[in-house]
Design a protein around this ligand. Sequence first.
Ligand SMILES: *[C@@H]1O[C@H](CO)[C@@H](O)[C@H](O)[C@H]1NC(C)=O
Ligand SMILES: *[C@@H]1O[C@H](CO)[C@@H](O)[C@H](O)[C@H]1NC(C)=O
Length: 313
Amino acid sequence: MHPSALLLIVVVAGIAEGRGLPAAGTPAARFWQEALPGTPMPKVITELVQKGIDNSPLNESYAAPHFSPSTQLGYSTYDSACGKPSSSEEAEAATGIFFHEAQAREGSVMTVSLPPAAVPAFLPRDVAEKVPFANLTDVLATFNIAPGSTEATKAGQTLCGCRAAPLAGEQKACATSLEGTVWAATRMLGTTASGQVWVAASEVPRDGLPRQAYVVSAVSALDGDRHVGCHDEPFPYAVFHCHTAQSSTRAYEITLSNLHGSSPAVAMVALCHRDTSNWNPAHPAFEMLGTQPGGAPVCHFMPYSNLVFGVKA
Ligand SMILES: *[C@@H]1O[C@H](CO)[C@@H](O)[C@H](O)[C@H]1NC(C)=O
Ligand SMILES: *[C@@H]1O[C@H](CO)[C@@H](O)[C@H](O)[C@H]1NC(C)=O
């Protein structure tokens, strides 16, 4: 091929990429490039950054999600001190994200489902620093949320979960901006060297995945045996709860294809917990997988907008 033809292709691809990254040029995008060189910002995260600029959560009325699978993965699930344990309906809805590590191989078939995502947008960091977070009364007043409403209750549970002490062997923190999320995760991984940390997110559509059988069409293991998972929590703006697992984890990128090939393949990121001996026996994953605390590893797909951080090998 003539070199100028190649150049043209690169330029065209560059334009297409620019269009696909609406958040490009924002402070959050510049921060990301510096903090995580070599890891493109996942599309779902660029969407939440751009949405926070175009339609500020300060100007949007907040409706708490009916059900968010992230809440089955965050700290609050393991400790009912912050509110009632999840309802059987929620536990049932959560079963679509769990699987056995043995299923993480090409050709295996598994039933997966994810509800539509209702993740609030990221506030730009300078705004997030001025907006109330820890004081629920102030948060409700700022975002016009009626005390006693479902939204107020869920926001209160999020704050309670953020304040709760970590489990033994766990590190945890809540962040109110994308920058804060990246800082928290890199700190927990204990690395400050630039370019050492990778990040991955599932490319699951915002509308979720219908409950059906999918075939695993590709699997690749991601580096590391210790990872930080960051999950969105119900709140009027994006609050991410990041934590390390209590024991070692394995991370995978798993491509799920529709058995009948009628819809596009979805590249999912998954974490497998190798030691579940400290988990609450009531965790929905155990019933779904027919195992118990300390049994076979428990794996879960990362729902929409959830992030996995790890250290490059
Ligand atoms: C909220 O909306 C008002 C009026 O539409 C606008 O002037 C203001 O800049 C918006 N604020 C934010 C933070 O987007
Ligand atoms: C929260 O802020 C309100 C005033 O906005 C104050 O009266 C209240 O004491 C604060 N609550 C806490 C727990 O600090």
